[in-house]
Write a protein that binds this ligand. Structure first.
Ligand SMILES: *Cc1c(COP(=O)(O)O)cnc(C)c1O
Length: 426
């Protein structure tokens, strides 16, 4: 296996290739193949970017036809047929059936780009600067998005430039069971002497992905929405990872029946893994002046084509939602069994998640790392998240076959048993 060029040329900043040091050559559905012909089941799926699996035939077909017809690949933010198709499909397939009225801003194609646009719009629309985000939140690594991100490793990489304009509040469950984290936030908001500048917006993930699959309860999300309304604060749901069906609904906030003022989507939005992001906003918040926020790659033509195909293929009925629900329960049962087994070995472990966004917290980053390394040796690509990397997370494609799902879970179980045996020797 020739890998010298990566070591020689690629910056030390690389990450996932360290966990999975093989050269991948092909992928289909929930399986990756490396240069040696080894197959791996993919429980990482581009960190939630491949909800419909690798190279889904309907999406690939739409892309190939568009290219064969010399469709517009790049058109800045000019009107194209691809964009019209996308906006119409989004309106009629997703927004209308959910009674949502949003205008769409297509910024540059990354998640961080959408978050930057969302928080800037909130500041523009309210005339206030402060953004409240939550402990363990992850919103991207450009300066504005990073200011909303909790993790110190990322925050320390600014070279000392201060990250400004945000205040952190404890996420649901952060202070332990039974502690009223929003009660604390409410108190600060109602006290003119609390030191908290009245926020323009709150930005929240309903299930924190990078932060460790921390699930905000329905009641907590509803209380957060009420608090925002009471104080004239905009509610931004960052649905970049939890959206596009990951939790069992197209938008993760549907579970709580709340209506954010602003929503960000990216990761699985294009469906095929092409870069694409959007900001959805209540129409009256659209206070941008023409060109005030721009970007060369606004509304990437190919991504709009595959995004449209994804909405038409998977979101015209609720089959996928039901599948995510069913498979999610399956993963939960298995992970609960694994957690119980770990508890029996004297290791505090627990399972959590919503839909197919699930995590097994083993309480210790070193153990979680051993488990995922062992799993990789056995043919499963799976990663960790959380403040100490202590949560083994399952982000498998929503479309994964039952056979692959079960095979992946079995590898995970064997890897846990093997790693614990090694862990207790070490
Ligand atoms: C991945 C992610 C981002 C950042 O997206 P990039 O494309 O990596 O910039 C922002 N918010 C959430 C919730 C994410 O999971």
């Amino acid at each position: 296996m020739q890998t010298a060029i990566f070591d020689k040329m690629e910056s030390e900043v690389r990450t996932y290739s360290r966990s999975f040091p093989v050269v991948f050559t092909a992928a289909r559905e929930a399986r990756l193949t490396d240069e040696q012909g080894h197959e791996y089941i993919d429980f990482l799926a581009g960190a939630g970017t491949l909800n419909y699996g690798h190279n889904h035939p309907a999406l690939k077909q739409a892309l190939l036809e568009y290219l064969a017809g010399d469709g517009i690949v790049h058109g800045l933010d000019m009107w194209t047929r691809a964009k019209r198709d996308y906006l119409e499909t989004l309106e009629y397939t997703i927004l209308k059936p959910r009674n949502l009225e949003y205008k769409v801003h297509l910024p540059g194609p990354t998640g961080a780009n959408a978050v930057e646009a969302a928080i800037r719009l909130a500041r523009l629309a309210t005339g206030r600067h402060n953004i409240v985000s939550f402990t363990n939140g992850f919103h991207g690594v450009t300066m504005g998005a990073l200011a909303c991100t909790g993790n110190r490793k990322f925050r320390e990489a600014t070279g000392g430039i201060p990250l400004q304009g945000t205040s952190f509040m404890p996420f649901d469950g952060y202070l332990g069971d039974g502690s009223d984290t929003l009660g604390y936030f409410a108190k600060l908001l109602s006290d003119a002497s609390s030191g908290l500048d009245l926020p323009a917006a709150v930005i929240v993930e309903t299930v924190q992905g990078e932060g460790g699959i921390n699930v905000a309860s329905v009641a907590w999300l509803q209380q957060l929405e009420r608090l925002c309304r009471q104080h004239g604060i905009l509610l931004i749901v960052d649905d970049i990872q939890a959206g596009c069906g990951r939790t069992g609904k197209f938008f993760s906030f549907e579970h709580a029946a709340i209506t954010p003022d602003i929503v960000t989507n990216s990761k699985s939005l294009s469906g095929l893994g092409l870069p694409f992001s959007q900001v959805l906003m209540r129409p009256e918040l659209d206070q941008w002046k023409p060109g005030q926020y721009n970007g060369t790659f606004r509304g990437f033509g190919l991504a709009m084509v595959t995004a449209t195909a994804a909405l038409r293929t998977f979101w015209r009925d609720n089959t996928l939602e039901q599948e995510v629900q069913r498979k999610g329960e399956r993963v939960a049962e298995h992970m609960q069994r694994m957690a119980a087994w770990l508890n029996g070995q004297g290791i505090a472990a627990s399972e959590r998640g919503r839909g197919l966004m699930r995590g097994l917290d083993v309480g210790d980053g070193a153990l979680a790392g051993r488990i995922t390394s062992e799993a990789f040796r056995q043919g499963l690509v799976i990663e960790t998240s959380g403040h100490a990397g202590q949560v083994v997370k399952c982000l498998c494609p929503l479309t994964i076959s039952d056979d692959d799902l079960l095979a992946g879970l079995e590898i995970l179980e064997v890897s846990i048993k093997k790693s614990v045996a090694l862990h207790s020797v070490a």
